[in-house]
Design a protein around this ligand. Sequence first.
Ligand code: IPE
Ligand code: IPE
Ligand code: MG
Length: 260
Amino acid sequence: MKLPQSSTQQVPAVSILPNHIAIIMDGNGRWAKKRFLPRVAGHKRGLDAMRSIVRACVERKIQYLTLFAFSSENWRRPEEEVTFLMQLFAYALESEVAKLHDNNIRFRVIGELSRFDEKIVTLVKNAEKKTQHNSSLNLTIAANYGGRWDILQALNRLVKEKPHTLQGYTEQDLAPYLTMGLIPEPDLFIRTGGEQRISNFMLWQLAYTEFYFTDLLWPDFNAQALDAAILSYQQRERRFGRTSDQLVSSPEIPPLAPDR
Ligand code: IPE
Ligand code: IPE
Ligand code: MG
């Protein structure tokens, strides 16, 4: 079986462009408030920004884009806002999936779907099925997603399927059960909206990701802003535990001992 690449098990190949970009799209409410508009107007504009960033990633030949759309903690928001976000999600699924498919984009949703309306669950399942063989950008939307939930659901499924182990479970045992499965870990994490926190996003997968924070509010984030983030990424030295001297003298260090 193919195993997921793990930045803690072996030093991953690093290329000039991030292979996987993960984004916390934050600041919709503040964008609206600044314009004396209701918060939901910010969410609508946030959907426009999503469209333009998806397009920009396709143009830049990014392989994986993962967008945090709704966290497991966002249910704590006022009921009207949650209802609007659900309607917007359903609308986006209805209106965008054909376009994604025409652009050869593979679409997935990660998160606990059971809490959504059946209509949304069906739209998600159909969209995933329709686009499953597409081979340009892999677009993943995290909805009712939480990093702790992800680790726990993986652990529970692992223990259920393989209840007995002599040596204890390894990273390789757990990783395939995580919602991102075989998808490579993010190279670049972007959070808009000025906050510098993870807010329970991909806790496991961000172990060695480069972080980029911008004060731009999500509806204002565009292709140019994406390029600024990529440029910042390109100036980082990704050491994965090694020293800078090691990187200069032999960038191709052998993998760490497997199966730790
Ligand atoms: C992010 O924008 C979108 C969601 C969490 C759904 P916010 O709605 O969090 O916007 P701010 O942070 O209040 O400005
Ligand atoms: C994180 O944004 C979740 C999404 C963007 C979907 P929040 O706005 O909910 O984060 P906190 O609560 O301010 O940390
Ligand atoms: Mg916010």
